[in-house]
Design a binder for this molecule. Structure first.
Ligand code: PGA
Length: 253
């Protein structure tokens, strides 16, 4: 009922030359994917990625977007700039932005609204820190982050939004949440959206990914969980064969 969506988050990796090599290798490996396939690249690689993936089933996303339309924001990139490049998706509120670049729930919400206003599809990241998990606050954190991110977002936009649940302690660490834990927290996020909008909207319109050391070994088990609609893949998205294996996960549902 909800089409799976697997997105690569390249982070600050790959020059234009590396992008050409990786995307060229990836195209034939994912061409029959049952999932939607997205690669989110650094700004400098976007034009190359869009050009190379024209006519393929690979969609291109950015890793951030500013909330203002334009103006005196040195070093920032607007939704119009991304849109004109042919970019379709944009990651918003990744934990590395929250941790190192002062991203807050309020700026996440501002970016989400700016992206939607220009027809970009946000991939909104939420997830708890290790100390929050250990303090039993996981549900509280994701409910707050989700509620704030969707403030003043209209119901009609839900189909254009993806949420990525990424427990911060699982990112780049090789530690994955158990499939059951990931499923349970994603259910909490979906129930939050059901409360904010409607049960049917949450069940049919919004796709929720898991992210955090998702890889060739654990993807099948994670994707078998009923609430997990896809993955946001960091490390394993940097090698074509690995990313393709994740995209072409085996259905054990
Ligand atoms: P990882 O990163 O797959 O390397 O853990 C995921 C992410 O940060 O989106």
């Amino acid at each position: 009922m909800r089409k799976p969506i697997i997105a690569g988050n390249w982070k600050m990796n790959n020059t234009i030359a590396a992008t050409k090599a990786l995307v060229t290798e990836l195209i034939p490996l994912v061409k029959d994917a049952k999932a939607d396939v997205v690669i989110c690249t650094p700004y400098t690689d976007l034009a190359t990625a869009v050009e190379l993936t024209k006519g393929t089933n690979i969609h291109v996303g950015a890793e951030n977007v500013h909330w203002a339309e334009k103006g005196a924001f040195t070093g920032e990139i607007s939704a119009d700039m991304l849109k004109e490049l042919g970019v379709e998706y944009v990651i918003i509120g990744h934990s590395e932005r929250r941790q190192y670049f002062g991203e807050t729930d309020a700026t996440v919400n501002a970016r989400v609204k700016a992206a939607l206003a220009k027809g970009l599809k946000p991939i909104i990241c939420v997830g708890e820190l290790l100390e929050e998990r250990e303090a039993g606050k996981t549900d509280e954190v994701v409910i707050r982050q989700t509620t704030e991110a969707f403030k003043d977002v209209d119901k009609s936009e839900l189909e254009n939004i993806v949420v990525a649940y990424e427990p911060v302690w699982a990112i780049g660490t090789g530690k994955t949440a158990t499939a059951e834990d990931a499923n349970a927290t994603i259910k909490v996020i979906r129930d939050t959206l059901a409360n904010l909008y409607c049960r049917n909207c949450a069940d049919t319109k919004i796709r929720i990914q898991y992210g955090g050391s998702m890889n060739t070994k654990n993807v099948d088990e994670l994707m078998a969980m009923p609430e997990i609609d896809g993955g946001l893949i960091g490390g394993a998205s940097l090698k074509a064969a690995d990313f393709a294996r994740v995209v072409n996960f085996e259905e054990v549902k």
